[in-house]
Design a protein around this ligand. Structure first.
Ligand SMILES: CC(C)(COP(=O)(O)OP(=O)(O)OC[C@H]1O[C@@H](n2cnc3c(N)ncnc32)[C@H](O)[C@@H]1OP(=O)(O)O)[C@@H](O)C(=O)NCCC(=O)NCCS
Length: 143
């Protein structure tokens, strides 16, 4: 290929990706910065659906789902490499999740987010549902 031609961004459903590539991407998000290779590998093993975006063999976008495939699905860790943001990659990842053939029965997709501007454009609403969280890091020692 001539050096001026850059390969196009491609998308894949890929749970068996190299966790080191994901940990590199995680470094860019404050909420994922400290995640380790070992934990990322285990997380991928237990994730139901993962959508990845690639520039050649460089992982430039990611999003994942935990689900019962019928009633509920939660979307986690949607992230796009800073150098590739603003080009529709994040939108494409979320659309591929929402319209994924294995998730077509799911009644409700849920997410925890601080990016309402991004998700409202994709049809998400914060008006109808509420939620609560239990964070291990916020609990005092019980002993
Ligand atoms: C949020 C994120 C995934 C968006 O990915 P992206 O590829 O840059 O998004 P897109 O190019 O598909 O943008 C789609 C639309 O959302 C808007 N948008 C993108 N990021 C936004 C943000 N942080 N706040 C508000 N709107 C945003 C874009 O302006 C665009 O609007 P337009 O269609 O009117 O031009 C990406 O910015 C990111 O990885 N951020 C850091 C990680 C993070 O915090 N993720 C959220 C976890 S829930």
């Amino acid at each position: 290929m001539p050096p001026t031609l850059k390969p196009a961004i491609t998308f894949a459903e890929k749970k068996n990706l190299d966790p080191a590539k994901l940990v590199r991407l995680y470094q860019q998000a404050p909420w994922a910065k400290g995640r380790t290779l070992e934990d990322a590998r285990e997380m991928l093993r237990h994730t139901d659906v993962a959508v990845t975006a690639w520039d050649g063999d460089v992982l430039i976008g990611f999003g994942r789902v935990l689900t019962d495939y019928v009633y509920r699905a939660t979307i986690w860790d949607v992230i796009v490499d800073q150098a590739y943001q603003g080009r529709g990659v994040g939108t494409d990842i979320v659309q591929r999740i929402l319209h994924h053939p294995r998730l077509k029965k799911v009644e409700l997709f849920w997410l925890c987010t601080r990016m309402p501007g991004f998700y409202e454009k994709l049809g998400f609403s914060s008006k109808e549902q509420t939620g609560m969280v239990w964070a291990r890091s916020k609990q005092g020692r019980q002993e």
